[in-house]
Each structure stands twice: as structure tokens, then as C-alpha cells.
Design a protein around this ligand. Structure first.
Ligand code: SF4
Ligand code: SF4
Ligand code: SF4
Ligand code: FES
Length: 984
């Protein structure tokens, strides 16, 4: 810490702080148009000039020093601030009263007021460009653009999509997309970073336009007339009067615009943000304070919310009558559910019933589902969809380090010296987390190695990209481990202190020579050595992996191999290190944490542990089943065998997201009684006997747990649509109709009960998670949480980690003469899974209207395929008809099909084979033949998809180019000390 003086008062500051942050913290008011704390100094606006020892400096770019004497309001500083802001205003037509950005947080408005500007010296000069409306979600108005460059900085260095720049050398600079394309034709991925940080109305969400203000919805001509009136009175009345009028209008808005914090309902990154609503209209999503994301979102979190008000929401319970459904009252539906489940239980026993919870639902709902299964139905047949993706990673970590969760936070990943990504399309599947890697790689010298079948965005950015043969990750990971041990490149001190089993582990590595790995994985020995040396040389390594690893028949073992590698290189127990299985759904971590698993009560407490059961039995006043139940894969098999007769499933499109979907659908058609709870009539609902209308995340309260074990609250943004109920209420209703006597009035009561029974979450409480606060488990009774999972010890009785010996098994399904192509599958940036939510957002549909199969240029040439050619893919289990997209993202005989189709789902092709440890389907082990059909349709990716764009990477806004303009002058008296661009 050091001391400095600001306007005569002494303040403390950290040695590396920017002066502007210290000024802001201590209450002095200095204008700052281009500064945003999460972007750092941009230095385009010059409005933050302050005086230090007789020299003017930009406060945003000046690091504090001991004894610094700062004056923010000297005559020289004031003149410079005012002059700089005048130049800003010359770029912007000020018409606050009729502006949708007049919501109290407009930087231009607030700075005009702060500097008491009544008349601008430099008149507004219109820019010779049209408004760009070509993106479905936001628009750019050059006439309102201040040229502050915040958007460019956010796009270049936070999102790191590198679409935006400013043509500083042009007589009329503006923001450019891909160097001068329309937004719609550019590489813009619609993440919304630029819109979020824009300090005015130049970039705005289209959902705000005409909706936020009382007068802004007027027809365009009338609006223009109003703007003319505002401008007309300015010379006489001055801005002071105009601002007072606009502030009155802004005050009126406060009564009808609500801002409610929620957590994203899509992936497991855990972005949180405020949702602005006017009645049921979603005005915008505004990120800012989220502990995982700050100002960041991806297109889904920022813009994909139209499903909330979709006209095809389920709003009444449905009861099957023959081949159709009829509407029913809640009482009728719940009574039927209770009667049929009671009958089936009486006849066949409790284990003839299965329950499936949802990783889209809240922790509290997951807790109640497993409580319903165990304490009311009397079965451990309860599972969730982590079975389909995350269970193998959890096993790999349980085996080696003791907890089944990410070993640090996203900030640790950003700090690492080297990030190794295995089998994860991070930029599309976990977009905001990927931005932190892209930024560290671009700006901070982080090294990046990517191992994937496909050359995805992260692979293209990587220092080293390797593409091992399908399903061989365990081999090369183990070979590298062996090479490191044999060449003395491991961290022996760490191993000696913290790790058991090195000798047995080394023995198990005997078959994994580099030569063997080279032959089986198709990778040069030198490449493998290079990867090994890079890992050994890096001080801090994080390994990220996802479904490319886990959805294989050796998914658990490969996850284990990753953790083994981290252990021998000492990459646990320190910031910037660790294992990061990237959780897929928003609450797939929480669904398992809260006990929706056949073998574990909440907090991974085994159902066969007498003491654990006794604790829950005492609390719930029941006798609990003591043997492991069926997981969801086993439930499907048990239906086929006639053992499982009834099922209650919430919030899962299981009939198309489980593998071998034809087999699963066939099973569902054999159930005697099937209850499905969802917000839309999904494909799975088509097999139900009773459908119950739940509520989406924006219509309920509760918590989600993200990939970094971060538990966060979501608040009710909108009341549930009439006829729907929050899922926790429905589960309680079902329980009570089955004879339970639950009386939860709010999800916080469920969480309090969870905490009281679950040591892992003993100190979790709604109070401690108020607003944007969060807790990362394990949480001690006193509320102390653990962002870094292992600091004092590993989660085994002796505190030491365990190396887990492995052996290699050939994958279950190989291509042959008939099924000659390997089919890979996964996510797409714009859609979430099958698209039940995302297809309901029109803009998403425009960008990605359908699924497709990616075909390599070589294979396309060989088979006479072009973009849009219809092909039939046939596996041993089913077939789909789909259009081809020719792309060098895939190589040779590799195909890739995204999951975004309910009509021709990729899972019509996948098998029922699984990882034997977890029963996670080996989705990625699929062989197909491809029949080229005569029709050629449109390119499945329209020209407006970001993939067709051409980004323009640069180091940021490149303000130096502005400073080199002949017409640029430093504002204020010529005392200025120009700061060199500081390190970020
Ligand atoms: S990718 Fe598009 S939406 Fe995202 S910051 Fe860049 S220009 Fe803005
Ligand atoms: S569009 Fe970009 S440069 Fe223009 S005002 Fe907004 S953030 Fe600043
Ligand atoms: S989908 Fe994931 S990355 Fe995108 S906003 Fe939601 S949580 Fe964030
Ligand atoms: S805030 Fe814009 S230059 Fe400092």
C-alpha cells in the first residue's frame, strides 16, 4: 500500500492501481467517458485529465505512486476535461428525453451534467454513414458514436472475437466490423460485449429500441420531429433544462422498468446478469457484476430469451387420451399421477418407478426430486443428465484427488502459464470461459495446447494443435506421463509430499511408450515430446476437458489420466493450476451435488453408509432404501426388460439427447405410466401419460451451481405464466398427493435443509449469496468457501492424492468397410443442445436455422459433395437426412454433426454402448456410411453466420493512431504528459 493526496486529502492505494480507480473509490468526481474498470485504460476520450505536480495526465492511464499529489478540479484540469468532452459531444446527437438509453446510466448524459455543459462549443457533426440494422439483436448508429473505443477493446481483448476496429486514419472515423462489412456479414458472434460496454445509445439492443422510454416508441417521423424540437430549444434553454426534462422522464421509467438478477440458463460457465423487463417484455440482459463473467456473455445468455414468452409454452397440465392429449386441471393431473404411481408401487414395488431430475432446474429442485424418490416413493432410482456427459470426469477426480469438481476457478485458468484443452470445443460450448483463455493467450503470453479431432476456434489459436485418432486420448496422455517420469521431468518434491502410488502407476505406464502412442494416435514422436516439455516447463498448468473425453467408452479412465498427469507435474494446490472438466448445463454440477444420483444422497454421501442414512432418516422421518438404484441408462434398459414400469422425468429432452434415441423412444412407449414436466411440449412429452407445465429459470427462485462449483442465486424476473408452476412447487405437489406432508414456502427453506444434512454445503445460505454474492463448495459451517479446492490437503483420509493405474482398451465401435466414416458430434455456439429453447429465438434461427454435417474438403471432393448437398447418414442404429457443410474444420474421413435438431437428431445414429464405470454413452464412438442424395439445398449456414466473417485482430483500439491524426490535439493547456500505453 502507498499514500497519495487527492484534492488535499490523503488516501491509501495499492502500488499497481490506476489513479482513476483510487479517485472513483474515494468520491471525487472526474469525467471518464472511455474508461471502464473491466476494460482498463483506453485513452481515447481525454476527459479524465487531472493535474499532478503542475502536469496534466490522463487519470485512467496513470499508475499511482507514493506521495503523488493530485488535483482533479484545478483550472487547467477543468478546462482540459471540458474541452475533451466537447469533442466527444461533437460526435453525438444529444436528445436524452426521447432516447432509449435515458435510464440513469448513460455516460454522456451524466458527464454533460457533471461538467455542467450548457452549450457545446464544437457543434455536432453527422457522420456520413447509415445506421446498421443487419444484426438481429443489436444495431449501430454511427451518428451517436463517441468513438470512445470501449466496444473495440471489449471485442478485441475481452471477448477476443477481434471483429471491431476504428478507422482512425479516415476523415470520418467510425467503428468497423471486419474492417468495413455490415454487421450481418461480419464475424460478429453476437456476444453483446460491445453493446454492454457502450456508454451511450450508439450500440443498443433492438429489444430496447422503442420500448424503454415513454416517447421512444413513436413512429420514426414523429421521433425525428421530437429530436428536432429538443435540438431547437438547446441554444436558448441550454442542456441544463433539457437534462432536467429528460431526468423527469427517466424517473417515470423507474416505475415500470424492473432490473432483476438471474443466472444464465444455458451452459455451466455460470454467467449472471440483470434482466431488464417492462411487464413481460425483456428489454435487455445487462451483465456487469457477475463473479464468473463480469461484462461478458455469449449470444445465448445475452439474447436467447424469446422462449420465455413463446406462444407455445405449456400452460396447463395435459392428460393422454388415446393418441392425443386433453387439457386438465392441476388437481386432476396431480391426483392421476398419485393414483397411478401408488398402484404401480403397490403391485411392483418402489423400484419399478424411476425419477429423472433436470440439470436445467435448480439445486433446490434437484434436492426435492431425490427426496421424493427416496423418502416418498422409496427408491434410489434417481438420476440426472450428468450421466450423459460429466459422470466420467467426476469419477476421474474422485479416484485421484477426492472431490468431483473443478479444482479452481475461471480466474485460475486465466492465470495459468499453459492451458491444455482436450476434447472440448470451448469457444462454442463454454464461450465466456473461452474468452478468458483467449485473452490470456493474446495479451499475457499464456501458452495453449489443444487436442481435438476438429480444428475448432481454440485449435486455430493454439500454439500446438494435435489431432489424435478418435478415442486415443488416454494413450498419448499416458505416454507423456511416462516420458516425463522417465526423463526426470516430474515434480518429485510435490509427489513425495502429496501423492501416493507412484511406483504402481509407473509400472502401469509400461506399455505407453512414445512410439506406441505415435502409432496408435497418429501423432509424431517429436510432437509428443514437445507437448511433454511444454507441460514440464510451465510453472502453472490447467487442463480443460469436456465431452470429447467423457463421451467415450474409456471416458472415466481418460479423465483419470488427465488428473494423473497433473499430479506428477505438481499442478494442483496452487492458483493457476488444476483440473477443469467443463460442466455442460447450467446446473449439471448442482444436480449431482444435490443427490439426484442413484448411489449418493446430497453432497456425495453414499446411500449404503448407515450413518449417512440415519441422519437423513431422522430428518425426513422415514426409512430409506439402502442399495444403489438405477441410473438413467439402466432405467431405459430396465423398461425394455419390463422391470421399470413408471417414470417421472423433469426438464430433460431424454428421448433425443440420450444415445440410440430410437431405442430410448421405444422404451418410453412401453412404460405403463410416464409423467413429463417441461415448459414446452417436447419430443419426450409425446410419450407421456401426464404432462405438467413447469416454469423456466426466469420465473422462479433458487440456486444454480456452475462449473467452478460456484453456487449463485437466481431471482424471479417474471411471475410464472398463468397456469404454470415453478418446478419445486410441482415436485412438492406430487409428493403431497403421494401422502407426504411437505410445506416449503420458498426454495431458501430447501437450501437450509440441504445445508443441515450435507457437510459439503454446511455453510451455504441464501443470505451469504444475496445479490451477486456466491459461494464455492465445500462451504464450512461458518460460510468459509474454497475457490481453490485443494490448499491444505487432498480429499482423502491421509490428505494425499492417489495416482490411479490405467490400461488401454480398444474403443467399442470401429469403422469398417460398410460403415466407413467416423461421426463426431457436439455443440454449436448459437444453440443449446437440441435447441428446444434456442430455436424459439428468431435471431438465433436466422443465424443457424438447422443442423448439418461437416464434411472435409477431401471427402467432399471424393464424394461429389458441396455446401447444401443432402446426404443420408446411416449407422448400425438409425439414420438421418441432413445437409452437408464442407469445411476444413474436419479432416479426412471425419464427420461432425452438431446436436441442434429434434427432427433428425444425431442420436438416431449413436449406440447404447457406454463407459463401463459410469454408463455414460460412448456418443463419440459412432461409425456411419454416407449416401449422397441427388438434391442440393441451400447452404445450411446462411451468409449471415459469423463463421463466414473475416476478423481483424489488433491489439485493442490502437489509440496511438488517433493521436497521430493531424487534427488531434491534446486538450487543455499544453502541460500534458502523455502516458505510454500501460500493460493490461
Ligand atoms: S463479437 Fe460482435 S457482439 Fe461480440 S463484441 Fe464483437 S462486435 Fe460486439
Ligand atoms: S459504438 Fe463503440 S466507440 Fe461508439 S460510443 Fe459505443 S462503445 Fe464507444
Ligand atoms: S451460455 Fe454459458 S457462456 Fe453463454 S451466457 Fe450462458 S453461462 Fe455464459
Ligand atoms: S477516461 Fe477516456 S482517456 Fe481516461
Amino acid at each position: 500500500m502507498l499514500a497519495l493526496t487527492i484534492d488535499g486529502l490523503v488516501h491509501e492505494a495499492k502500488a499497481d492501481e490506476f489513479l482513476i480507480d483510487v479517485i472513483n473509490r474515494n468520491g471525487s468526481k472526474v469525467p471518464q467517458v472511455c474508461y471502464h474498470p473491466q476494460l482498463g485504460p483506453i485513452q481515447t476520450c481525454d476527459t479524465c485529465m487531472v493535474e499532478i505536480d503542475g502536469r496534466l495526465v490522463r487519470a485512467c492511464a496513470t499508475r499511482v505512486s507514493e506521495g503523488m499529489n493530485v488535483t482533479t478540479n484545478s483550472a487547467a484540469a477543468g478546462a482540459a476535461q471540458r474541452e475533451a468532452f466537447d469533442r466527444v459531444l461533437s460526435n453525438h446527437l444529444l436528445y436524452c428525453t426521447v432516447c432509449d438509453n435515458n435510464n440513469g446510466n448513460c455516460t454522456v448524459h451524466n458527464t454533460t451534467k457533471l461538467l455542467a455543459v450548457d452549450h457545446q462549443e464544437i457543434p455536432f457533426k453527422s457522420k456520413p454513414y447509415e445506421v446498421d440494422n443487419t444484426n438481429p439483436f443489436y444495431r449501430y448508429d454511427p451518428d451517436q458514436c463517441l468513438l470512445c473505443g470501449r466496444c473495440v477493446e471489449a471485442c478485441q481483448n475481452v471477448e477476443v472475437n477481434e471483429t471491431l476496429s476504428i478507422n482512425w486514419e479516415d476523415p470520418n472515423p467510425r467503428v468497423l466490423w471486419d474492417g468495413g462489412k455490415t454487421i450481418g456479414e461480419s464475424s460478429c458472434v453476437s456476444c453483446g460485449h460491445c453493446v454492454t460496454v457502450c456508454p451511450c445509445n450508439a450500440l443498443m439492443e433492438k429489444s430496447m429500441l422503442g420500448h424503454a422510454g415513454f416517447l421512444t416508441g413513436l413512429p420514426k417521423r414523429s421521433l425525428k420531429g421530437m429530436i428536432d424540437v429538443v435540438k431547437g430549444i438547446e441554444p436558448e434553454a441550454g442542456y441544463g433544462t433539457i437534462l432536467r426534462v429528460s431526468e423527469a422522464e427517466e424517473g417515470m421509467r423507474e416505475s415500470r422498468i424492473r432490473r432483476t438478477k438471474t443466472v444464465c440458463t444455458y451452459c455451466g460457465v455460470g454467467c449472471s446478469f440483470d434482466v431488464w423487463t417492462k411487464d413481460r417484455h425483456i428489454l435487455k440482459v445487462e451483465p456487469g457484476e457477475g463473479p464468473a463473467n463480469g461484462i461478458s456473455t455469449c449470444v445465448k445468455g445475452k439474447f436467447a430469451w424469446d422462449h420465455i414468452n413463446s406462444t407455445d409454452r405449456l400452460t396447463t397440465p395435459l392428460i393422454r387420451e388415446g393418441d392425443t392429449f386433453r387439457e386438465a386441471t392441476w388437481e386432476e393431473a396431480l391426483s392421476l399421477v398419485a393414483r397411478r404411481l401408488t398402484e404401480i408401487k403397490a403391485k411392483n414395488g418402489p423400484d419399478s418407478i424411476g425419477l429423472i431430475s433436470s440439470s436445467k432446474c435448480t439445486n433446490e429442485e434437484s434436492y426435492l426430486m431425490q427426496k421424493l424418490a427416496r423418502s416418498v416413493v422409496g427408491t434410489n432410482n434417481i438420476d440426472n443428465c450428468s450421466r450423459y456427459c460429466q459422470a466420467p470426469a467426476t469419477v476421474g477426480l474422485f479416484r485421484t484427488v477426492g472431490y468431483g469438481g473443478d479444482s479452481g476457478s475461471i480466474t485460475d485458468i486465466a492465470q495459468a502459464d499453459l492451458v491444455l484443452i482436450v476434447g472440448s470445443n470451448t469457444a462454442e460450448s463454454h464461450p465466456v470461459l473461452a474468452t478468458r483463455v483467449k485473452r490470456a493467450h493474446k495479451l499475457h503470453g499464456q501458452k495453449l495446447i489443444v487436442a481435438d479431432l476438429r480444428e475448432n476456434e481454440m485449435a486455430r489459436r493454439a500454439d500446438v494443435f494435435i489431432s489424435p485418432s478418435p478415442g486415443t486420448d488416454l494413450i498419448w496422455l499416458s505416454a507423456i506421463s511416462r516420458y516425463l517420469i522417465d526423463n526426470g521431468l516430474t515434480k518429485t518434491d510435490f509427489i513425495n509430499t502429496w501423492v501416493n502410488g507412484i511406483d504402481e502407476y509407473r509400472k502401469s505406464l509400461e506399455p505407453f511408450t512414445l512410439e506406441f502412442a505415435s502409432e496408435r494416435c497418429g501423432l509424431p514422436v517429436d510432437t509428443l515430446k514437445n507437448v511433454a516439455h511444454m507441460i514440464a516447463a510451465a510453472d502453472r498448468v490447467c487442463i480443460l476437458w469436456a465431452m470429447g473425453v467423457t463421451q467415450q467408452s474409456q471416458g472415466s479412465d481418460t479423465s483419470t489420466a488427465i488428473s494423473n498427469l497433473l499430479l506428477i507435474t505438481g499442478n494442483y494446490m496452487r492458483p493457476g493450476t488444476g483440473a477443469y472438466p467443463l460442466r455442460g448445463h447450467n446446473n449439471v454440477q448442482g444436480a449431482s451435488d444435490l443427490g439426484s444420483m442413484p448411489n449418493n444422497l446430497p453432497g456425495y454421501q453414499s446411500v449404503d453408509d448407515i450413518e449417512v442414512r440415519a441422519r437423513f432418516e431422522a430428518a425426513w422421518n422415514v426409512t430409506l432404501p439402502s442399495t444403489k438404484g438405477l441410473d438413467n441408462h439402466e432405467m431405459v434398459a430396465a423398461i425394455q426388460e419390463g422391470k421399470l414400469k413408471a417414470m417421472y422425468l423433469i426438464g430433460e429432452e431424454m428421448s433425443i439427447v440420450d444415445s440410440n434415441s430410437n431405442y430410448v423412444k421405444d422404451a418410453f412407449s412401453k412404460l405403463e405410466f410416464f409423467v413429463v414436466q417441461d415448459i414446452f411440449f417436447s419430443v419426450t412429452c409425446g410419450y407421456a401419460d401426464v404432462v405438467l407445465p413447469g416454469a423456466p429459470s426466469l420465473e422462479k427462485e433458487g440456486t444454480f451451481t456452475s462449473t467452478e462449483r460456484r453456487i449463485q442465486r437466481l431471482y424471479e424476473v417474471l411471475e410464472p405464466l398463468e397456469g404454470c408452476r415453478p418446478d419445486w412447487r410441482i415436485i412438492q405437489d406430487v409428493a403431497n398427493h403421494l401422502g407426504a406432508n411437505w410445506d416449503y414456502q420458498h426454495p431458501s427453506e430447501v437450501m437450509a435443509e440441504t445445508a443441515s444434512l450435507t457437510p459439503l454445503m454446511a455453510g451455504v445460505s441464501y443470505e451469504k449469496m444475496e445479490g451477486y454474492k456466491s459461494q464455492q463448495w465445500p462451504v464450512a459451517v461458518d460460510g468459509h468457501d474454497q475457490p481453490l479446492l485443494y490448499t491444505q490437503k487432498f480429499a482423502f483420509p491421509d490428505g494425499k492424492a492417489r495416482l490411479f493405474p490405467l490400461h488401454w482398451v480398444e474403443k467399442t465401435e470401429q469403422p469398417d468397410v460398410e460403415f466407413d466414416l467416423h461421426l463426431n458430434n457436439g455443440r454449436l455456439l448459437e444453440h443449446f443442445h437440441e435447441g428446444n429453447l434456442t430455436y424459439r429465438t428468431e435471431g438465433i434461427r436466422q443465424k443457424t436455422p438447422d443442423t448439418f454435417v461437416e464434411v472435409s474438403p477431401v471427402l467432399a471432393k471424393d464424394r461429389g459433395i458441396q455446401n447444401g448437398t443432402w446426404v443420408q447418414l446411416i449407422s448400425r442404429y438409425g439414420k438421418v437426412r441432413v445437409r452437408a457443410l464442407v469445411t476444413d474444420r474436419v479432416h479426412g474421413k471425419e464427420l461432425y454433426m452438431p446436436m441442434n435438431s429434434a427432427v433428425d437428431p444425431v442420436n438416431a445414429l449413436t449406440s447404447s454402448r457406454t463407459d463401463p464405470v459410469t454408463h455414460t454413452p460412448a456418443y463419440k464412438e459412432t461409425s456411419v456410411k454416407m449416401i449422397v442424395l441427388p438434391e442440393v439445398g441451400e447452404n445450411p449456414l446462411p451468409p449471415t453466420n459469423s463463421r463466414w466473417g473475416h476478423p481483424t485482430p489488433q491489439q485493442g483500439v490502437e489509440v496511438e493512431r488517433k493521436w497521430q491524426r493531424a487534427d488531434y490535439q491534446i486538450p487543455g493547456p499544453q502541460l500534458v504528459q502523455i502516458q505510454p500505453r500501460p500493460a493490461r
